[in-house]
Structures are given as C-alpha cells and as structure tokens.
Design a protein around this ligand. Structure first.
Ligand code: DGY
Length: 416
C-alpha cells in the first residue's frame, strides 16, 4: 500500500467511533451527515461492511418526518458547542423528531448518491443493504421536497445546513438577522483551530440566534418557513438533491420499485435549478428568498451543476476564468472577489469534497480538461500538505482541522 493510501486508511480508523466516524477529533466530535456519507465512500475502498454501517448509523438518527439531521450526538462531548442542550430537539420528539439526540436542521443530501457508489463498489455485498436503505432515502427526499423545495430549488434555513457555513452567499440574508436575545455562549471551535480560519463572531451570534429561533418553534418547518428572516435557495442543496434524486431513481429501477414520484421530483428540481442561474455572474448562484436578490457569489457550489446532471456549456466561461485565477482549484469563493479570504473556511479555501462532486460532474459532462485539473489539484494539495480540512487556493496552506475524515475518503475514492 502506498504511503498516502496507508495514511488515509489510518485516518479513517483513527476517527472511527464504532459504526460511525467523526470528521476529526476535537473540533467535530460527533457524527455529521454529509461527512459521514463521504466516510462511507472512503470505507468502500477498504471494508465494504464498514462502509454500509456508516450510512446505516446515520439513518438511525432519521426523524419520523423523514429529515436526516446534520449532527447526531451519539455521546456527550463538552468540547463542542452548540451541543444537544442548545438544539433542544427533544421538544420535537412526537412532532417529527427521532429519539437519538440531534440538531434540528439537515445538510446537503449526498447520502443517496454515495450509497449508490458504495453499492457499485461491491454489488453482491450491497444488495440487501441497499434494499433496506431505499425506503429511508425515499422518506428523506420526500421531506426535502415537501419542506424545502417551494421554488423548485432547495432552500436552507441556516447557513450550517448548506455545509458552507460562512460563504459570502449568505451575507445579505445574515445581515437581515438581528441577533438580539442570544443567550451568552462560549465558542469551542476557536479553541481547536486558529480563529483566522473560522467564521467571525458576527456570524456566530447569528448562527446561535437561528438555532434558538428553530428551537423556540419546536423545529416546526411550517412556522420556520413563514417566520424566519433567513431563507436562501442554495446551489449546494439544489444540485446535491438533484443528483441524489437521479441516483434514487436508478436504485428504484434496480430494485423494481415505482420511480414515478422520484422522476417528478427530478423535473421540479430541474426547473428550480433554472431560478438559480444568475446571468450577471454567468453562473449558478444563491438566491435570498426574502428579497429575491442573488448573492453575486462565484463559488465551488456554482459548478456543481454538472454533478446535478445538467448539461450544456453556458457555465464553462465562468469556470475557465475561475480556474485561470486560482493556483489551486476549486476555491470556495472567487480569489478576485471583494470578500475573498484565502484561509477563512468557506470564503476562499479549497475543499476536497466539493472538488470530488464538481470534478466528477465535469468528467461526466465531457469537460475533461477541467475535470483533470480539479482532480490533479486535489491530489497535489493532499500530497504536499496532508489530509487537512481545507487548503488555501493561493499557496496550498493546510487549514482547519487535521487528519480529516472526508479528505482521507476523497483521496481513497478518487484523488489518489
Ligand atoms: C461547526 O460547528 O462549525 C459546524 O460546521 C456546524 O455544523
């Protein structure tokens, strides 16, 4: 086994807590939704049974209403804030929530797509597990379509839900949140990681205000949808949902299940994706549903369109321009944009998982040169700087948490 493969496997073992994997020790000590789906993909290269177990444990926290939370708090850990006491989802048990302690929001639903790839890695080992998982995936997607797809695009109710916590995409909507009444709190993230690589206090106050807002409404989606100042249609959610829905249809065909409802969702989501095309940017963009304004943010999420299964080349000029001005692809925000900050989380850094999704989509759409560039840069960043959470697109500086599960998974499944 090559040294970097061995190191990637060691990281999966190191972060394995028995049936689920933490993103990294210390900074993120619980099970995160899309991190875990990527962990499953990484395990598929090593131990197929463990790969399925990862996804199954994630769905053990699925709410009765179908939602799969963004964090499952399997075991208390005082090193993380905000923990289960802040989310208060026990108030929603019997009103949709599940008994496993969790957050009250979701995350980009890559589970169906990555479970489909885990299945393809070993179809014999996966046959029964896929059949057992399918109704749960279907319930998750039914929840997304009912609760979050009012414009056809998929909305987020909290920046953490997009996974891209402090992306410039949310700046206008976050400015509309007045964090009055936030209970005093102590951040834990900045005790683990250099604060220059994390969201600002202004963002954090609003993150916590939005958690309190949902909790006060006992995580009732209808109340949140009508009353919250924050509701943004997001390219990450929209394109990952679109792709997972297509993969769900393929699963239904394989399993002999009816795919009619699922194919209707694909049509709705394709129409919704169209509402995210920002002609002024020449790319897909986030849209604040409270004002109707685009964010004007060229990001790695803009280029998930091909992963979502869209075809056509109208986004190619913006992609080529972004690649030309990024020493390492793909930055999470345009290096020439006014809000670029090369180390601050989702305001510039490169993320291996976004490269995996965007790069695979480009390859499928026949954008071979661009796909090769994205994959090569991912491999180079890891080989030169280790399995960091994210990297500077300017000089490759490793940033955020170290020994990171999803970076190791992307290496094993794709970049190596
Ligand atoms: C965090 O705590 O920073 C996470 O991104 C929230 O999901």
């Amino acid at each position: 086994v090559a040294p970097l493969d061995a190191e990637a496997r060691r990281i999966l073992e190191l972060n394995d807590r028995g049936g689920y994997t933490v993103p990294t020790d210390g900074l993120y000590p619980y099970q995160w939704n899309w991190d875990s789906a990527f962990a499953g993909l990484g395990f598929a290269a090593v131990n197929i049974d463990r790969a399925w177990a990862e996804i199954e444990t994630l769905f053990s926290g699925q709410w009765d209403n179908g939602m799969v939370p963004h964090i499952l708090f399997h075991r208390p850990d005082p090193g993380y804030f905000p923990g289960p006491d802040v989310w208060g989802t026990e108030d929603a048990v019997g009103r949709g929530a599940c008994a496993v302690a969790s957050s009250g929001i979701s995350q980009p639903p890559v589970a169906a797509s990555l479970a489909w790839r885990i299945h393809q890695a070993n179809t014999a080992a996966g046959a029964d597990r896929l059949r057992a998982l399918f109704p749960k995936l279907l319930a998750y997607h039914r929840w997304i379509m009912a609760a979050r797809a009012e414009t056809g695009a998929v909305v987020i109710t909290h920046p953490w839900e997009a996974g891209r916590d402090n992306a410039p995409d949310w700046d206008e909507a976050m400015a509309g949140v007045d964090p009055v009444g936030v209970q005093p709190y102590t951040r834990r993230d900045t005790g683990h990681v250099d604060p220059r690589m994390r969201p600002t206090k202004e963002d954090y106050d609003r993150y916590i205000w939005l958690v309190q807002f949902g909790r006060d409404r006992k995580w009732d989606e209808a109340a949140i949808a009508t009353e919250s100042p924050f509701r943004v249609a997001d390219p990450t959610m929209t394109f990952t949902t679109l792709r997972s829905t297509r993969d769900l249809a393929a699963m239904a065909d394989l399993l002999g299940e009816d795919a009619g409802e699922i194919r209707d969702w694909v049509a709705t989501l394709e129409e919704g994706a169209e509402t995210l095309w920002n002609p002024a940017l020449g790319a897909y963009d986030a849209k604040n549903l409270r004002t109707g304004n685009f964010a004007g943010s060229l990001s790695n999420a803009s280029f998930l369109c091909w992963w979502g299964g869209l075809r056509g080349d109208r986004a190619v000029p913006a992609l080529d321009a972004l690649l030309a001005r990024s020493p390492y692809a793909l930055p999470s925000y345009d290096p020439e944009g006014p809000k670029f900050d090369h180390l601050r989380y989702w305001r510039g850094p490169v993320w291996g998982v976004m490269n995996y999704l965007a790069g695979n989509g480009m390859a499928e759409a026949g954008l071979t040169a661009q796909a090769d560039r994205v994959r090569r840069d991912t491999a180079r960043l890891i080989a030169e700087n280790g399995f960091a959470e994210y990297f500077s697109p300017i000089d490759g500086t490793p940033a955020g948490g170290a020994t990171f599960t999803w970076t190791a998974a992307v290496w094993l499944a794709w970049a190596s």
